[in-house]
Design a protein around this ligand. Structure first.
Ligand code: DGL
Length: 264
């Protein structure tokens, strides 16, 4: 194993930084490339075929160019649609990000769990399977809250978060039958933990927000156990399109240790 081979984290935008934060905590010495398909953002409103084609194509190109030791798809939409396909076409280990339904089902006391994801994620058979396997006897209420993606992207760029967007996401769960009983909400989109403070306030103190970042980082630690790591140059943020938002994002990227920015 080349000690400088990076971990490649991939998302449609900057939501995957919530996964990177945990990876940094658990593997501070690992060289990282954070790749955002900002040219394809948002994934949540696309068809399965569109998401699968983008994710497989981009990860193929990026693997060839950067030779990562491991890829983490730090995006629930991309993972629930294309994880299997990416694993079929790439030889490198691939870790996905899928809704944290299992820990939510273990933790809920009321038995009613909310799930906020993108419109594409909440309709995936992958989510049906997680529900059938881990949430037997519980009620899982889903809501597509794609608007939160834009709000999270704005927040990272230092722009204000529209409180109405937060309120609509919360109402989308609360107003469903038994929604008032929700005590645990799965943040099934990597962008949403960036809004944990706003969502936490809007749901109120009786609701726990759960996401999978720490578990994903543990999985990466496990899969890279014993491997040497050496960072030979500052970590890279890679984008698929040059746009004005990149400059606004730079301070946030630096906070996550991404000192270099490139466009693919
Ligand atoms: N961050 C992505 C996820 O976890 C979705 C954002 C998008 O719609 O592109 O689902």
């Amino acid at each position: 194993m080349d000690e400088a081979a990076p971990l490649l984290l991939f998302d449609s935008g900057l939501g995957g930084l919530t996964v990177l934060e945990e990876v940094r905590r658990q593997l501070p010495q690992a060289p990282v490339i954070y790749a955002a398909d900002n040219g394809g953002l948002p994934y949540g409103t696309k068809t399965e075929a569109e998401v699968a084609a983008r994710v497989c194509g981009l990860l193929g190109r990026m693997s060839e160019r950067f030779r990562p030791r491991l890829i983490c798809i730090a995006c629930n939409t991309a993972s629930t649609i294309a994880l299997g396909m990416v694993r079929d076409v790439l030889a490198v280990p691939v870790v996905g990000t899928v809704p944290a339904i299992k820990p939510a089902a273990e933790q809920t006391r009321s038995g009613v769990i909310g799930l906020l994801g993108t419109a594409a994620t909440i309709r995936q058979p992958y989510v049906d399977r997680l529900e059938a396997e881990f949430a037997v006897g519980k009620v899982l209420l889903r809501h597509g809250a794609g608007e939160l993606v834009g709000a999270a992207e704005a927040k990272l760029r230092g722009l204000p978060v529209d409180a109405r967007v937060i309120a609509r996401a919360v109402a989308g769960l609360r107003e469903q039958p038994r929604g008032a009983e929700i005590d645990t909400v799965v943040l099934a989109c990597t962008h949403f933990p960036l809004l944990a403070e706003e969502l936490g306030q809007a749901f109120g103190p009786g609701v726990a927000l759960i996401h999978g970042a720490a578990g994903i980082a543990r999985r990466i630690v496990h899969l890279t156990a014993g491997q040497p790591f050496r960072r030979l140059q500052p970590d890279l943020a890679l984008f698929t399109r040059a746009d004005a938002g990149l400059d606004l994002a730079r301070p946030a990227l630096q906070r996550y240790g991404l000192e270099r920015v490139e466009v693919l």
